[in-house]
Design a binder for this molecule. Structure first.
Ligand SMILES: *Cc1c(COP(=O)(O)O)cnc(C)c1O
Length: 341
């Protein structure tokens, strides 16, 4: 059975062409800096993201953590979204391994952090307080694209306040495709940027921390400490190069499919669709949580996988076609028309 898996864009499988690139990759020992394919991926990513350097990491969690550790020392603080992946979904790594204190703030509706609210939580320079060192933004944030003029203001703000600026750009390329700009247009003002190859770009594994050379060098040291120094990693990097060269422009297709899915779900009695926030590859819907179990098993019988409790994040990606989206929407409609009783 071919599943229509809308749980996440992390579920994509490498395509035959990607697997071929992996099989044919030239490799060396990357801890010695001798893997030509990893080196090529790092230069390509740095160029696309518009930074001086980049370092390949095993996951986005690792790459974000390497970034935080490169900026902050024990007793420093970073300001971050309450629902940000870095703060909420990465096991508290910055606190556990870096003794870095988070200062979370609620995201605004558009996925930004209000800079006045950020200013208000920056700690005074006084030994009573942690040292506020870093501002961390996320783009896309729950599928929402941060406006370019906001980013410009955030960069100027961070410079003015002497804060480092980190971007969790797990889905930076989705944002760039949505805006129709080069990714570097979004990321160039940041000191460090984490990007994921294993989301919509379709690589099986891998992320990169891109940024200023000094920070990337520090991050490379942390990567070793975190157990992320991989050897013939060119096999994985080849998938990443393939993804960056072939799977960026096609993200537009995922965005079209998400919009189509939102349309297909709109107007179903019992299901609220947040059509206003569908900007990239995510659609948020909600229903009475008591019907979660029934809905999920109904959909599963029709080959559609979703996850959530009361609210569902439906994600389109490389392995979800337009036809799949129509099938999924129909399955939702069938559930709500038949199981309404
Ligand atoms: C997926 C994701 C990451 C990294 O997750 P890994 O599973 O560790 O690769 C980081 N930030 C955001 C916003 C993500 O969606």
């Amino acid at each position: 059975m071919k599943w229509i898996d809308l749980r996440s864009d992390t579920v994509t499988r490498p395509t035959p062409a990607m697997r071929k690139a992996m099989a044919e990759a030239e490799v060396g020992d990357d801890v010695y800096g001798e893997d030509p394919t990893v080196n090529r991926l790092e230069s390509l990513a740095a160029e696309m993201v518009g930074t001086e350097a980049a370092v390949f990491a095993a996951s986005g969690t690792q790459s974000n953590l390497m970034g935080l550790l490169a900026h902050c020392q024990r007793g420093d603080e970073y300001i971050v979204g309450q629902q940000a992946h870095t703060y909420r979904y990465e096991g508290g790594g910055a606190a556990v391994l870096g003794s870095i204190q988070p200062q979370p703030l609620d995201f605004e509706k558009d996925g930004s952090l209000d800079l006045d609210k950020v200013a208000a939580v920056i700690k005074p320079k006084d030994f009573h307080f942690a040292r506020t060192r870093l501002l961390c933004l996320e783009n896309t944030q729950s599928g929402k694209v941060l406006p370019l003029d906001y980013l410009e203001r955030a960069v100027a703000f961070a410079r003015d306040r002497g804060l480092g600026l980190h971007l969790d750009g797990a889905r930076l390329f989705n944002a760039a495709v949505r805006l129709g700009v080069a990714p570097s247009k979004i990321s160039c003002g940041f000191d460090t940027v984490s990007i994921c190859l294993s989301k919509g770009l379709g690589a099986p594994v891998g992320s990169l921390l891109c940024g200023r050379r000094k920070l990337v060098d520090r991050a490379r040291r942390w990567r070793k400490l975190l157990g992320g120094g991989m050897r013939q990693a060119g096999i994985l990097a080849a998938a990443g190069i393939y993804a960056l060269e072939h799977h960026v422009a096609r993200l537009a297709e995922d965005h079209r499919n998400a919009a189509r899915l939102a349309q297909g779900l709109a107007g179903i009695d019992g299901l609220a669709v947040d059509t206003g926030t569908v900007q990239t590859n995510m659609v948020f819907v909600s229903l009475d949580p008591q019907r979660d179990e029934a809905l999920q098993s109904f959909l599963k019988e029709r080959g559609v996988l979703v996850s959530g409790r009361g609210t569902y994040r439906l994600v389109t990606h490389l392995d979800v076609s337009q036809e799949d989206v129509d099938t999924a929407a129909q399955a939702f409609r069938d559930f709500f028309s038949s199981a309404g009783v």
